[in-house]
Design a binder for this molecule. Structure first.
Ligand code: ZN
Length: 572
């Protein structure tokens, strides 16, 4: 900020230097010697200059060196300049002098900061009733005080609200909670997206569509909102339950962690008691009634989830999650997917790429495999060539092919261990191909073989599946599930691009005796993949979550890896 307040010109130091160059050498030297002045000193200097300017006393006393002062610029230009600076710099700018302070009261400066830094697009003065939230659907349902789809005057008086207050007391104050989060809610996890929505900060819980419709869009419900009820103080409201917003609290525990608390949990209760609460929850969560769900085990699971999750009463701790970084060489774009998990219903899985492996990490979970765990791991070095559709109908045939690859993977690993090579993620397998495994080879395509000779860095590069490969291997190979493999959704794609060997994590209730078991990863298209769990004789279908998320990129690939490790360790 000191640079901007310097009295030699407008904007960044480069502008200053050019101006300096036009001056005489002596003046330049003087200006350069000033370059190290303390910002505090500069403020005082600027303040003094302002006073001198205001008093018109320029001629009095020893004449100051002729300089083009920022203070001499017309106010409208200063507004323009200040509006282009980061909002966080503006308070210190206000301390420079009274003129600056006065100019910083101009609300268009803050309006622009709200828009550019937080995406606020509403015009407060013309805030139309329906424009309060772009998802007013929820408001009609959630807020009982909303009549005929219009907000009543229960909303704060936006007529007199200033963008400066919105910026400082709402957006800046709560900036650390924007983005994607996973609640700590036992094995179940979840996906919370905190966004600036109109003049609110809203925490939307994203829910998968109803089982088994993986291609349907995600559903969301608001868990809390923050807004300015009064000019200078933000109000947090709990949105849980069906009786409208009520008093809540948010505590930012530490970086990348915050918790919410409801201060009026009686608002979550329904007149019909637990019965009614359960039925309402069931209708929302599953889109049906308990009578519709004939499967006894499934009924138990559903009831257990209700009892477990409702006890939190929206008092939850959240940990930040990032979307996976993507790379042009990735098999498909990484991201979030909705997947079928048998009796557990649909769950949210994050697909990410790690050199020669791809991973599916659970963002939501269940009592068997909790959120945070790696549900599937795909070995991108071992493709599986499916037999023709007729042979594919035979489960035994598929099983034979997969188990052969597993054996091969095991031998390669053993070889690597004997060679003392690190099992680095980005490296190609070090073992030479085993020539004695003749008959098994046709069903397995090993990209590394193309290189011939011992695998080195180059072979590793060649081994990474190039995005062009699907076309070359037949973009639309017929696919059908083997007889006996159960699928929640009969509506799975009947052609696939390619398949890989993979492992899927299975465990007993309570995540007991977890075990990675062999399976087949089937890539259908850019937005859908499947996994055949060989031991379970079951098939999961995954479909991309198409929502766009702001403030969800990992600051670095390391930060992403760290995040994955953290969420996994919490439920291990
Ligand atoms: Zn509440």
């Amino acid at each position: 900020m000191a640079v901007c307040a310097r009295l030699c010109g407008v904007g960044p130091s480069r502008g200053c230097r050019r101006r300096q160059q036009r001056r005489g050498p002596a003046e330049t030297a003087a200006a350069d010697s000033e370059a190290d002045t303390d910002p505090e000193e500069e403020r005082i200097e600027a303040g003094a200059a302002a006073l001198a300017g205001a008093g018109g006393g320029r001629g009095a006393g020893p004449s100051p060196p002729p300089r083009c002062s920022l203070l001499e610029l017309p106010p409208e230009l200063l507004v323009e300049i200040f509006a282009s600076l980061p909002g966080t710099d503006l308070p210190s700018l206000a301390q420079v002098c009274t003129k600056f302070r006065r100019i910083l009261h101009t609300d268009t400066i803050w309006r622009r900061r709200c828009r550019e830094e937080y995406g606020v697009c509403e015009n407060l003065r013309k805030l139309d009733i329906t424009g309060v939230s772009c998802r007013d659907v929820y408001a009609k349902r959630i807020n009982p005080r909303v009549k005929s789809g219009r907000f009543m005057k229960i909303l704060p008086d936006y007529e007199h609200m200033e963008y400066r207050d919105v910026y400082t007391c709402l957006l800046h104050r709560y900036r650390h909670i924007l983005g994607l989060w996973q609640p700590d809610i036992g094995p179940y996890g979840g996906l919370l997206n905190v966004v600036v929505d109109g003049l609110f900060i809203i925490g939307w819980m994203y829910l998968p569509p109803h089982d088994p419709h993986v291609d349907d869009p995600m559903r969301f419900k608001p868990l809390f909102r923050v807004h300015l009820m009064e000019r200078k103080s933000a109000t947090v409201e709990c949105m849980y339950g069906h009786r409208g917003p009520h008093n809540g609290h948010i505590q930012i525990v530490k970086k990348d962690e915050f918790s919410t608390k409801c201060n009026q949990t009686d608002h979550h209760r329904m007149s019909g008691g637990r019965q009614e609460e359960f039925r309402t929850w069931l209708r929302e969560e599953w889109g049906r009634t308990l009578e519709d769900i004939f499967h006894e085990h499934m009924q138990e699971l559903i009831l257990m989830k209700f009892i477990y999750t409702s006890q939190y009463d929206n008092c939850l701790t959240y940990r930040r999650i990032y979307l996976p970084p993507s790379h042009p060489d990735d098999l498909i774009r990484p991201g979030l997917f909705k997947g079928t998990y048998g009796s557990h219903g649909l769950e949210i899985v994050m697909l990410s790429f790690h050199g020669k492996r791809a991973r599916g990490t659970k963002i939501t979970g269940d009592p068997n495999i909790p959120a945070g765990q790696q549900t599937v791991e795909i070995d991108l070095m071992h493709r599986i060539q499916l037999p023709d559709v007729e042979s594919l109908r035979s489960f035994n045939e598929l099983s034979r092919i997969v188990l052969e690859v597993r054996e091969q993977v095991r031998q390669e690993q053993q070889q690597r261990e004997e060679d003392g090579a690190e099992d680095g993620e980005g490296r190609a397998p070090q073992s030479p191909r085993e020539p004695q495994r003749g008959p098994a080879q046709p069903s397995v395509e090993l990209p590394a073989e193309k290189g011939g000779g011992p695998a080195d860095g180059e072979a590793a590069a060649a081994a990474a599946p190039a995005p062009e490969q699907p076309a070359q291997s037949g973009q639309g190979q017929p696919f059908v599930l083997p007889v006996g493999v159960s699928s929640r959704n009969e509506d799975y794609p009947r052609t696939c691009r390619m398949c890989f060997y993979g492992t899927g994590l299975i465990a007993g209730h309570g995540f007991t005796s977890p075990e990675r078991t062999p399976g087949v990863f089937i890539l259908f298209d850019e937005d859908r993949f499947g996994f055949i769990w060989l031991e379970l004789k079951s098939f999961s279908l995954y479909s991309r979550v198409r929502a766009t998320f702001r403030n969800a990129e990992a600051p670095s690939p390391q930060a992403f890896e760290e995040m994955l490790k953290n969420i996994q360790s919490l439920t291990s």
